[in-house]
Ligand binder design. Structure first.
Ligand SMILES: Cc1ncc(COP(=O)(O)O)c(C=O)c1O
Length: 370
């Protein structure tokens, strides 16, 4: 490289050590390997929503294609969606910030509140993006294990905080364990932690309660939400966060203008109007989740964990790689989580439609009984 660009060489070398989010297998590559159509792959690896049908979305998308004028920047769509969320959540508009997926909002939070040399803490296991984003900004990320029953070890978590700690990420319901933490435990962290507590409620629509209302009481709280799960918009990228207006306006200040495209904004507005359909699909998923959980528990050597989300974590006495690879050879993708707490290697499966789950269960039964 040109000697004048020494600095660039060093920068690129440093970039190599940064962890990135890389899904192990894409439906496209698996379909190619198996010589089948990508649509035939059963995607149970990313907790996407299979309970709102593609035809439901095509109807709305066609309507939007007629209404939308792409020549103009999005403007009123942002405030309309915010107002719809005010009605949906019962919180003031000054407390709501929209983002291009909740991943983008995690990044915004880190950019605003984590200075150089400052730290973030969290739990383990949890959603991987907190660590990836904090580390990519050159900051330190420290985690503490959950208790063996997956409950929050508040004392252990707080013991990881130092003078330099500014952020604490709590995912509830937690990915990948699937459980929701007690409100009392979350409140204890909010009271004792000398920084901002981010509660990620990506899966909250599938859970018994939300802690969203606590933002009225705690000025150091941010709640993250997304349209990617219960609302089925993973591909169109809309998330939002709820916070005290002081925190919210700080986040808003550094967001890029027009960060969400108007197509996605309009679609989210329409979905909130149709939230009875969304609610029905959430209820169907919950019923199917319980059926899948019970069936998994009956397979010899399988231990499944109760879930407040749209996925189920499980362990098996059978070799995890054999299960994962055999399912893949049948066109079923699930997530290989790796070692987790005292449990050894674990797998995570998204709750699919009954037909998909039956295929998954049949292969699992065959494998675990052979
Ligand atoms: C806990 C959690 N938070 C956030 C996200 C990302 O959501 P979004 O699609 O809104 O970026 C995910 C995605 O799987 C998740 O599991």
């Amino acid at each position: 490289m040109n000697p004048k660009l020494d600095w660039l060489e060093e920068k690129l070398r440093n970039m190599q050590s940064i962890e990135e989010y890389l899904p192990k297998y894409s439906p496209e590559t698996v379909a190619k390997q198996l010589g089948i159509n990508e649509e035939e792959i059963i995607r149970l690896d990313k907790n996407e929503n299979l309970f709102l049908s593609k035809s439901f979305f095509s109807g709305i998308l066609k309507e939007l294609a007629e209404e939308l004028d792409p020549r103009f920047y999005p403007q009123k769509e942002e405030s309309t969606l915010t107002q719809e969320l005010v009605g949906y959540l019962g919180l003031p508009s000054e407390s709501i910030i929209l983002g291009n997926g909740s991943d983008e909002l995690i990044e915004t939070i880190v950019r605003v509140f984590l200075g150089s040399n400052e730290e973030a803490i969290s739990i383990a296991p949890t959603f991987i993006m907190y660590r990836i984003i904090v580390n990519s900004h050159g900051n330190t990320f420290i985690d503490t294990s959950l208790n063996d029953d997956f409950s929050l070890d508040v004392k252990g978590l707080l013991s990881k905080a130092s003078q330099k700690t500014r952020l604490c990420f709590i995912c509830s319901p937690n990915n990948p364990t699937g459980n929701q933490f007690k409100i009392e435990s979350v409140k204890e962290v909010l009271k004792k932690f000398r920084g901002i507590v981010i509660v990620d409620e990506a899966y909250v629509e599938y859970a018994p309660y939300s802690v969203g209302e606590l933002i009225k009481e705690y000025e150091n709280m941010i709640v993250l939400r997304t349209f990617s799960k219960a609302f089925g918009l993973a591909g169109l990228r809309i998330g939002y966060c709820l916070a005290d207006p002081h925190l919210a306006s700080a986040l808003k200040k550094i967001q890029l203008p027009f960060n969400i495209n108007k197509f996605s904004l309009q679609l989210a507005i329409k979905l909130l109007d149709k939230r009875n359909i969304v609610n029905t699909s959430v209820n169907k998923l919950k019923t199917e989740r319980e059926r899948l959980y019970k069936k998994l528990c009956k397979i010899p050597g399988v231990k499944a964990f109760p879930s407040n989300t749209n996925f189920i974590l499980f362990t098996t006495k059978r070799d995890v790689d054999i299960i994962y690879n055999t399912l893949m050879s049948h066109g079923i993708l699930i997530r290989n989580i790796g070692n987790l707490l005292h449990l050894g290697r674990c797998l995570r499966v998204t709750v699919g439609l009954p037909k998909m789950n039956n295929k998954f269960l049949n292969i699992m039964t065959e494998l675990c009984c052979s």
